[in-house]
Design a binder for this molecule. Structure first.
Ligand code: NDP
Ligand code: 2IT
Length: 455
């Protein structure tokens, strides 16, 4: 890359690259953060691999293949016409069709979707399945909307998006604010416009091409990753106290798997606060929490009222003592002071269920303390992995059993763990899972890009 010379230190190389990136993408802080998190490992690796440097692959990978931005107009229940902005970032299809979720949240902007699509490309590569990276969404707030409003919004959103996606082009799925209900409305509208019943979205209902285990996959996969990291250190997940943030799709099924494996989740949260249940969230209480969040769409504060436990309004759960922490809500929810609090309370490991939940200085603190740290592109890859298996089943026009899919998910997570160990082990035996995931994810995409020539 221009400006980078062989005699530069690693820090100078990363800084030179980041200056170039920041100038090209002004104000896109989350995107800068995500590229830095990969660049600190991949840029030094490139020095030893001129085949990638000569072809300028990392710089090319920071430029999405294309970005689609569109108006989404819809009518609310009072008859008012509302307008939102819709996006699809088609980041890289070097190893398969663009694949990644759709997020509906008022904070959605181009920086957030570019960071998510960039991350998705490496995550999908790590799964070993043939999927490229993409992400989409809208600055639409589903909170407080009626089912009819959600339906009209989804139909309007898909009316533009449908011409840009397809089972061999781009296969969206859910993310924050997009669950089974929204995927169903989106798929229904796609099917109607395209007059085709194809595997164009994943996370579909089981009655119309969905896959067993997809709902559970991200949360389960995250706990499997923690289990494998602990095993690799000669430890076990059984008996560990776990702090979980979020109370959505990822958090609820992470808690479910923790309980099943004999660990004790003690917190859940939402954007209003967190509940602390020192006795542990057991299966019965979790079933209640699932009904609260998935059916009644209530707030987590109600859990505290129901089970007479503490509710901490406006706070995140990282000051609660635990051995393992699973951030499963959103980006940058663990800041440096939170990381310090976790460490001083004896936390042994963090597995990121959410995408980029730890800030860079929080990651630095975890790594300096040599605790187990699984970055999101490895720890939450189970969701998209089962999405990949949903695509496979749709192509084959058959459905696999729950046991078979859980077995596949378990194997894929172990394989990701082992590839992190392969590429991230340091001389003293410490495994830098972030470095391992970044390099393993990068190599496959980079090799495909080199093979295609300049494009
Ligand atoms: P959901 O919409 O089901 O749940 C999101 C949860 O996070 C809710 O409890 C929500 O609280 C909370 N949350 C969202 N935004 C914020 C915020 N700004 N501050 C505090 N809390 C917040 O989403 P998912 O569970 O699907 O996604 C959670 C994370 O996991 C995201 O980072 C997503 O990208 C990632 N992920 C999801 C996958 C999937 O398969 N669904 C796969 C891989 C990663 P509230 O209701 O108050 O907004
Ligand atoms: O961040 C993610 O990996 C997801 N939201 C899931 C993507 C997918 O296509 O299943």
């Amino acid at each position: 890359m221009k400006g980078i010379t062989a005699n530069m230190s690693k820090a100078e190389i990363v800084e030179t690259f980041m200056n170039w990136l920041r100038q090209r993408n002004p104000g896109e802080q989350e995107f800068h953060q995500a590229v830095y998190e990969v660049g600190i490992n991949v840029l030094p690796f490139l020095l030893k691999h001129p085949e990638y440097t000569e072809t300028n692959i990392f710089a090319r990978l920071t430029e999405p293949d294309r970005i689609i931005v569109f108006r989404v107009a819809w009518q609310d229940d009072d008859g008012n016409i509302q307008v939102n902005r819709g996006y699809r970032v088609q980041h890289c299809n070097a190893i398969g069709p663009y694949k990644g979720g759709i997020r509906f949240h008022p904070s959605v902007n181009l920086s957030i979707l570019k960071f998510l699509a960039f991350e998705q490309t490496f995550k999908n590569s790590l799964t070993g399945l043939p999927m490229g990276g993409g992400k989409g969404g809208a600055d639409f707030d589903p909170k407080g909307k009626s089912d009819a409003e959600i339906m009209r919004f989804c139909q309007s959103f898909m009316t533009e998006l449908y011409r840009h996606i397809g089972p061999y082009t781009d296969v969206p799925a859910g993310d924050i604010g997009v669950g089974a209900r929204e995927v169903s409305y989106l798929f229904g509208q796609y099917k109607r416009l395209a007059n085709q019943f194809t595997g164009v979205l994943t996370g579909k209902g089981l009655a119309f091409g969905g896959s067993e285990i997809r709902v559970e996959a991200t949360g389960y996969g995250c706990v499997y990753m923690m289990e494998d990291m602990l095993k690799h250190r000669g430890d076990a997940i059984e008996g560990k106290t776990a702090v979980v943030s979020g109370s959505g799709n990822v958090a609820l099924y992470a808690a479910e798997k923790l309980i099943e494996l004999g660990a004790k989740p003690v917190t859940l949260s939402d954007s209003s606060g967190f509940v602390f249940d020192p006795a542990g969230i057991d299966s019965e209480k979790l079933a209640w929490a699932k009904a609260l969040k998935e059916v009644r769409r209530g707030r987590i504060a109600e859990y505290a009222e129901e089970f007479k436990v503490e509710y901490h309004q406006g706070k995140r759960p990282w000051n609660v003592p635990c051995q393992i922490a699973l951030p499963c809500a959103t980006q940058n929810e663990i800041e440096h002071a939170d990381a310090e609090a976790l460490l001083s309370n004896g936390c042994l490991g963090v597995a990121e269920g959410a995408n980029m939940p730890s800030t860079q200085d929080a990651i630095d603190a975890f790594q300096a303390a040599r605790i187990l740290f699984a970055p999101s592109k490895a720890a939450n890859a189970g969701g998209v992995a089962v999405s990949g298996l949903e695509m496979t089943q749709n192509s084959m026009r058959l459905s696999w059993s729950r046991d078979e899919l859980n077995r596949h998910l378990r194997e894929i997570m172990l394989d990701i763990h082992n590839r992190c160990v392969e590429h991230g082990s340091e001389r003293d035996g410490f495994v830098n899972y972030l470095k391992g995931a970044n390099i393993a994810g990068f190599i496959k995409v980079a090799d495909a890009m080199r093979a295609y020539g300049v494009m």
